[in-house]
Design a protein around this ligand. Structure first.
Ligand code: SAM
Length: 439
């Protein structure tokens, strides 16, 4: 399925970057031509600030070409931390005495979803531990059904354990958007050392979960590796190879590639990253993903600090979470927030602060969920993106959903403050894209 031998060999190479070669690779990427794994390896070996700047500018241009200047906003909604697995780096790991365990009841899940909607979110990512008896298929189905029925949440995505095709079919029928699972590390030996108990210990079962999800009817899937577990060159090359394998096998790239980076989790056996990834490398990785899989959403969470999340918008990131809590019940119950978190958060800004910060940087916060409703998913989405058409939808819909968000803000002075930032962006012609400018 993935050529691990080649990935391993390339990850150990140290090719010279060279300005001519770099220029050639960047201009190829800008034309949306697929880069070879060798070319991607060269980009991953960038170690000078000037080279990173060139990479950043290319990633930014590609993102604007495809999505315009919109940045999608979402919030995670943690349903359960009662996990049967033992992932040595995770706060949810089975046997962690520091973790207060909880699975939200349907009513509690609804309360959290209603809170997020009241804050302005239209999309949420359900996140849950693996535990068939506490939060199995029937539980997830009933929670999803209830949230759609009782709240204004327009799309729910899910980050859960891998499942069987028949289970995924049932889930899809409930109207979920993206099915997301991170491989954590694609390095089998390291994977097996870090996942010592539960079904997650099976490397191949996890690796093949997107094949099952797509077979079950999920046209949009989300992949990623957890940076800090193994050599980033290996894991990034493998993530990109995984994306290409899905395209070759099923005709579609993953809808999203997430870029989670290791954070300290209270009570975890592994407290520090085994292969630390610094900020320079993190930025490089985000940009490389944008060049290698241009039409994918690149997702950055609140694992990253505010200053970096602001900066990363220029490196090709296209979706960010905001105001996140990583414990079940964390939005509406302060006690839960403190005791049941999965890992420590790094950006605690409110949604309004994140929105202002996006506008200040010349980007447009988007609460749009139209593609899922209109069937612009899977292969169809990526084709429209490659044809540079999707950005026309993205920008117009970002504006209409942003105006809706603004009008829902009850605090008049806050609404006026954000409106001023928005109008400044609209008036600033220099931030307009060449085609499909703000309408
Ligand atoms: N049960 C699901 C599964 O099997 O993947 C959900 C897992 S977890 C709640 C969601 C993601 O958080 C994991 O896939 C992992 O990449 C990430 N994660 C776990 N521990 C972390 C840590 N210490 N720092 C940063 N991210 C972490």
């Amino acid at each position: 399925m993935l050529d691990f031998k080649t990935i391993e060999e390339l990850s150990k190479e140290n090719p010279a970057v060279g300005s001519k070669t770099l220029e050639k690779i960047l201009s190829k990427a800008l034309n949306l031509e697929p880069l070879s794994l060798e070319e991607i390896t060269i980009l991953l070996n960038i170690d000078k600030a000037e080279e990173l700047e060139l990479l950043r500018d290319t990633a930014d241009k590609i993102k604007r070409k495809i999505f315009g200047k919109r940045i999608v906003l979402f919030a995670p909604l943690y349903l359960s931390n009662e996990c049967v697995n033992k992932c040595l780096y995770c706060g949810f790991q089975n046997g962690n005495p520091e973790e207060k365990r909880k699975t939200l009841t349907k009513e509690e899940a609804l309360k959290e979803a209603k809170f997020l909607v009241s804050r302005g979110f239209k999309r949420a990512l359900l996140v849950l531990a693996e535990n068939k008896s506490k939060c199995g298929l029937e539980y997830i189905k009933s929670v999803v059904r209830e949230i759609y029925k009782e709240t204004g949440m327009r799309i729910l995505h899910i980050n859960s354990a891998p499942m069987e095709v028949y289970e995924l079919k049932e889930l899809k029928r409930e109207g979920l958007g993206v099915f997301q699972v991170f491989q954590e590390t694609y390095h089998k030996e390291t994977y097996e050392k870090l996942h010592v108990k539960g079904r997650k210990a099976d490397f191949n079962y996890r690796l093949t979960c997107m094949d099952r999800a797509i077979t079950a009817g999920f046209k949009d899937v989300g992949i990623g590796c957890l940076l800090g577990l193994y050599d980033y060159r290996f894991d990034v090359l493998a993530t990109i190879s995984h994306a290409r394998y899905l395209k070759e096998s099923y005709g579609t790239y993953p809808h999203t590639i997430s870029v989670p980076r290791f954070r300290y989790a209270k009570g975890a056996v592994v407290e520090k990253p085994l292969y630390a990834v610094d900020d320079f490398t993190f930025k490089k990785i985000v940009a490389v993903y944008r060049l290698a899989v241009p039409t994918a959403g690149i997702v950055i969470s609140t694992r990253e600090p505010a200053y970096l999340r602001d900066e990363i918008l220029y490196y090709g990131a296209s979706q960010i979470s905001a105001e996140s809590k990583t414990s079940p019940g964390g939005y509406t119950d302060i006690l839960e927030e403190e005791k049941g978190a999965q890992f420590s958060l790094n950006d605690k800004r409110s949604l309004e602060e994140v929105v202002i910060s996006i506008l200040e940087r010349g980007f447009l916060p988007s609460f749009c969920t139209a593609c899922y409703g209109k069937g612009r998913v899977g292969e169809h989405f990526h084709r429209l993106a490659e044809e540079e058409v999707i950005k026309d939808f993205c920008e117009k819909n970002a504006i209409s959903t942003f105006l809706e968000y603004l009008s829902d803000i009850k605090d008049k002075s806050l609404r006026e403050k954000i409106t001023r930032f928005y109008e400044k962006l609209i008036d600033d012609k220099s931030t307009n894209t060449e085609k499909g400018a703000l309408i």
